[in-house]
Design a protein around this ligand. Structure first.
Ligand code: SAH
Length: 397
C-alpha cells in the first residue's frame, strides 16, 4: 500500500472528515490513477484511505477515515447499500414522490465522484474521479445487484473528467435497448432520454420545487406563466397541473423544447395554450418587456453561471440582470421562483443579488419560501461544498 504524507498542519480538513486533499498539502508520496493510498499526517499517524489522482488538483479523495476498513468490493457494496437503502426509506415514507431518484450523490454518500440516478428500472451513472473510474466494474456490478436493475447507462461525457485525466465517455455498461423512457413525478408523466438528455437525463434536484410551484400556482390562482430555462418542461407541466391557462417555455435547446411539448401532451394538457421559444432567455425577457407583456408567475432556473468562486463576480451580474428583468415582467401579486445552481454563489450572496435586482427594477417582493435541492441530493455536515442549488419563491407586493 502506497503512502501519502501530508505537510505539517495540513491534516486539519481530513480530521474534520472533509474528503479532499489538495496537491499543495502533500509533502511526499504518489501512486497510479485511482489507486488506493494511505494518507497520513506529517507525524505519520493515519488520517484516511483514499483514491489517488495524479493529474487533479484534488490529489486524493478519501474513501474512509477508519483505519480498520479495507477498500475492497465489500466496502463499495456496503457504501452503495447504505445510500440506496435510505432513499428507499424516503420513498416508502412519501418523501420522494417519483420513480426518478438520485441513489448516489458523490461525496455526500461517501463515494466521491460517483453520481447514480434511477429512472424507473434503469440506472444512469457518472464516474467523475480517478477512484470511481478504477472501481467502475465493481461499482457497476454492485449497483445492478443491489437495485435489481439489469440496465445501466453511463453518462461520463462531462468536461470535469479532463481534470482527472480521464476521457469523456458514454454508453451502455449493462443491458441495452431504448434510451428514451418515462418517469412519474408528483403523479405527472415525464419523458426523458438518458443518452440525449442533459447530465444523467433529467434535473431530479428540482423535483420538490416543481411540486411547490404547482401548489403555489394553484393557491395564488396564477394564469399566465413564463418558464425560463425550461429544459424538458418540468416546471411547465407543474404550472399546468396547478391550473395555469397559458405557459410559455423558453430554452436555447430545440430538442429539450420538443420534449417539453411532448411532456405537456403526455399529461393531457392542450399544447395550443402553450408557447415554446427556442431563444436566449435574457434577450427574450427584454423583448417581452418592450412588448408590454406581464406574467402571473415566472420561473428562472439558469445553468451554472459561476462554476467556481473565481467566476462569481461576473456571474452575479448575469443573475442580477435576469432577475431584474423578470421582476419587472411580474404582474402585481405575481410569483417568481428564482434559482442558482452555482457552487460559487452561496445562499446569502444569491439573496443579495436578487435584492439588488429588486431595487433596480423598482419592485417590492416578499420571500414566501427559501428553496433548495431535493432531499435525495443531500448536503452533509462535513462537506458544505456539496450544497449548490438555492432559490427563492418571491411574491410581488
Ligand atoms: N428547469 C429545468 C432545468 C433547467 S437546466 C428543469 O426543471 O428540468 C438549464 C437549461 O437552460 C438547459 O435546458 C439549457 O439548455 C438552458 N439554457 C442555457 N443557456 C441558456 C440561454 N442563454 N437561454 C435559454 N436557455 C438556456
Amino acid at each position: 500500500m502506497k503512502t501519502i504524507r501530508l505537510r505539517e498542519g495540513k491534516e486539519r480538513s481530513l480530521l474534520r472528515r472533509h474528503p479532499w486533499v489538495f496537491a499543495g498539502s502533500i509533502a511526499r508520496g504518489g501512486a497510479d490513477a485511482g489507486e488506493t493510498v494511505r494518507v497520513e499526517a506529517s507525524d505519520g499517524h493515519f488520517l484516511a484511505w483514499g483514491a489517488f489522482s495524479p493529474s487533479s488538483m484534488i490529489r486524493v479523495r478519501a474513501w474512509s477515515f477508519d483505519e480498520a476498513e479495507r477498500i475492497d468490493t465489500a466496502f463499495f457494496e456496503q457504501r452503495l447499500r447504505r445510500a440506496i437503502n435510505w432513499r428507499g426509506r424516503l420513498a416508502a415514507s412519501g418523501l420522494l414522490p417519483s420513480d426518478g431518484q438520485r441513489l448516489v450523490h458523490g461525496e455526500a454518500d461517501g463515494l466521491p465522484g460517483l453520481i447514480v440516478d434511477r429512472y424507473g428500472d434503469l440506472l444512469s451513472a457518472q464516474f467523475l474521479s480517478a477512484g470511481t473510474e478504477r472501481w467502475r466494474e465493481t461499482l457497476t456490478d454492485a449497483l445492478c445487484a443491489i437495485t435489481g436493475s439489469s440496465r445501466l447507462y453511463e453518462r461520463s461525457d462531462v468536461s470535469v473528467r479532463a481534470l482527472e485525466g480521464l476521457p469523456e465517455q458514454s454508453g451502455w455498461l449493462r443491458g441495452e435497448g431504448d434510451t428514451a423512457l418515462q418517469i412519474q413525478e408528483h403523479g405527472w408523466a415525464l419523458g426523458l432520454d438518458v443518452a440525449l438528455g442533459h447530465k444523467t437525463g433529467y434535473y431530479l434536484d428540482q423535483r420538490d420545487n416543481r411540486g411547490r410551484f404547482a401548489a403555489l400556482v394553484r393557491q395564488l390562482g396564477c394564469q399566465s406563466v413564463l418558464n425560463c430555462y425550461s429544459y424538458t418542461g418540468g416546471f411547465s407541466v407543474a404550472a399546468l397541473a396547478g391550473g395555469a391557462s397559458e405557459v410559455i417555455s423558453v430554452d436555447s435547446s430545440g430538442p429539450a423544447l420538443a420534449q417539453a411539448r411532448d411532456n405537456i401532451r403526455r399529461n393531457g394538457f392542450d399544447d395550443s395554450r402553450c408557447g415554446f421559444l427556442d431563444a436566449d432567455v435574457n434577450a427574450t425577457l427584454r423583448e417581452m418587456l418592450a412588448a408590454g407583456r406581464s406574467f402571473d408567475a415566472i420561473v428562472l432556473d439558469p445553468p451554472k453561471f459561476a462554476p467556481t468562486p473565481a467566476s462569481a463576480e461576473r456571474a452575479a451580474r448575469a443573475y442580477k440582470d435576469i432577475n431584474r428583468l423578470a421582476l419587472k415582467l411580474l404582474a402585481p401579486g405575481g410569483l417568481l421562483l428564482t434559482f442558482s445552481c452555482s457552487g460559487g454563489i452561496n445562499a446569502d450572496l444569491f439573496h443579495k443579488i436578487v435584492a439588488g435586482a429588486g431595487i433596480d427594477a423598482g419592485v417590492n417582493a416578499a420571500i414566501l419560501q427559501r428553496l433548495e435541492g431535493a432531499c435525495d441530493h443531500p448536503t452533509t455536515l462535513e462537506f458544505p461544498e456539496g450544497e449548490y442549488l438555492k432559490g427563492l419563491a418571491l411574491l410581488r407586493v
